[in-house]
Design a protein around this ligand. Structure first.
Ligand SMILES: *Cc1c(COP(=O)(O)O)cnc(C)c1O
Length: 402
């Protein structure tokens, strides 16, 4: 965009991608074992993974599915909402979450956010609920792993917790107050996408305390076929099944489940690594006053899926210029997320408040996600921060206001 590409790129070339997928040796072995077993789709490994995942989260039920997007769609489909019911959702989230609402036959209502968390507040939520004439349900995202105030948001929306679903794609390990994400609202949806905190490659999970909801999701994920239909080709399984409700194809495979089970054993240590790396970033960026560190929750626990800084308006190089300079220096970054009301399709299908999204529009040009994964080293963090310092220093000296 600006003449910044040469900055830092010439004298220093590193290779720190935004996120690497860490697959443990145990997960590789488990995958090999399943591939050799003669049974690779949904089966006993999936049942075990569900049990272990539920125990890890502290939830009563866990249902494995093909993705977090499918988890959200199946959960919403299973809640008995009337067609076109209005579902509140942040305008700063992943587009898949809103596609899931639309595919469930419901109407997304976009909610503005407030810096520095980038999430809806009780005020913006109440405003959106009023603007749409009353919401029927709400999807709450814990952005980057920062705990959203689920109960306060439900109150503000005029909804009981039974009409709230959490998008916990970033929030495996997050605590809301002293409650584990996965146990707070009607149902919680997790992702095992390649860059998420528990990487499998693809996959998702729904946790809930509601046995009936779990049953509906279990049937819905596999063509609406009666419970345990996945067993029909196992020795001793029966070919008989029934279909009494609609379904999609969104089951989790044993290959994914075996990888997930092995990865889950590493998760506590990985979460500690992420928190330590976030601390290191905070330290190394403390004297760079135009780059603001992510907020820290005053209660609960951050899962540190993302480390999102804000590039302040008085920074000598703005966010887009900084991304170019970092890319040139070999540092991968990302932006989470481009507001959904900036996208033509969502402008068409979503309900939007007439006063627009001043919070999201002010925040969006500032947010920048720095590299973070459980395999990152302290030296990598130091390098990213050095490059940031260099880029800012040079722009300050050059008097460039990019
Ligand atoms: C990744 C992500 C999803 C979708 O997860 P998939 O498993 O890829 O479907 C949903 N919401 C948010 C906030 C995400 O980051």
């Amino acid at each position: 965009m600006q003449d910044v590409v040469h900055v830092a790129g010439e004298d220093r070339r590193v290779e720190i991608p935004f996120a690497r997928t860490v697959i443990s040796d145990e997960a590789r072995e488990a995958a090999g074992r399943v591939l050799a077993s003669g049974w690779v789709t949904t089966g006993p490994e999936t049942v075990e993974f569900e049990r272990e995942f539920a125990a890890w989260v502290g939830a009563r039920q866990a249902v494995g599915v093909s993705s977090c997007t499918a988890a959200i769609e199946l959960t919403l489909r299973s809640m008995g909402l009337p067609p076109r019911a209005k579902v509140l959702v942040s305008t700063i989230t992943f587009c898949g979450a809103v596609h899931a609402i639309v595919h469930a036959g419901l109407t997304p209502v976009l909610v503005d956010v407030e810096g520095p968390t980038g999430m809806p507040t009780p005020e913006t939520t109440a405003r959106a609920a009023r603007a749409c004439g009353g919401a029927d349900a709400m999807l709450v995202v814990h952005l980057g792993g920062y705990p959203a105030r689920v109960r306060a948001l439900a109150d503000a929306a005029g909804l009981g917790l039974d009409m709230v679903v959490e998008d916990a794609a970033h929030a495996l390990g997050t605590l809301v107050g002293d409650e584990a994400v996965g146990t707070v609202s009607r149902a919680t949806c997790f992702s095992f996408y390649a860059t998420k905190n528990l990487p499998v490659g693809e996959g998702g999970m729904i946790t809930t305390e509601d046995d009936e909801l779990a049953d509906r999701v279990r049937r819905g994920r596999l063509h609406g076929m009666s419970k345990d239909a996945w067993r029909r080709y196992l020795p001793g399984g029966t070919w008989r099944y029934s279909v009494e409700s609609p379904g999609i194809k969104a089951n989790l495979t044993d290959l994914q489940a075996a990888i997930g089970r092995a990865q889950l054993r590493h998760l506590p240590a990985w979460q500690e690594r992420r928190a330590a790396l976030a601390d290191r970033y905070d330290e190394r960026l403390a004297d760079l006053d135009c780059i603001l560190p992510p907020p820290r929750p005053w209660r609960g626990r951050h899962a540190w899926h993302l480390y999102v800084v804000r590039v302040s308006p008085w920074c000598p190089v703005q966010r887009d210029g900084l991304i170019e300079a970092l890319t040139a220096a070999g540092v991968g970054t990302s932006v989470h997320f481009i507001p959904l009301h900036h996208m033509p399709y969502f402008r068409e299908v979503a309900v939007m408040p007439s006063q627009g999204f001043p919070g999201a529009d002010a925040l969006f040009p500032q947010i920048l996600s720095l590299p973070l994964d459980q395999g990152l080293t302290e030296t990598d963090v130091d390098t990213v921060c050095e490059v940031l310092h260099q880029v800012c220093d040079r722009h300050r000296l050059a008097g460039v206001t990019a």
